[in-house]
Design a protein. Sequence first.
Length: 87
Amino acid sequence: MHRDPDEHDLKLRDLVIHMAKGLVDHPDDVTCEILAAGDDGVLELNTHPDDMGHVIGREGRTARALRLALGAAASRIDRRVTLEITD
């Protein structure tokens, strides 16, 4: 079922953007789109191609940490959110 993003979806998206901007060399190119809203949400993080390594990190550790922080924030409001990272 498709639904419009609510304030919680927007706050989780803003959290991802805030964390990602702290990692990259081109913070103005960081965007995050809500692909699916609600209890099983999906967010898509887009960065400048040169910044992909910063966001993913060695062996995916940074990406895992971003997903862990997002999951912790989402669980506080009884939601599950998946983070996809694209360039």
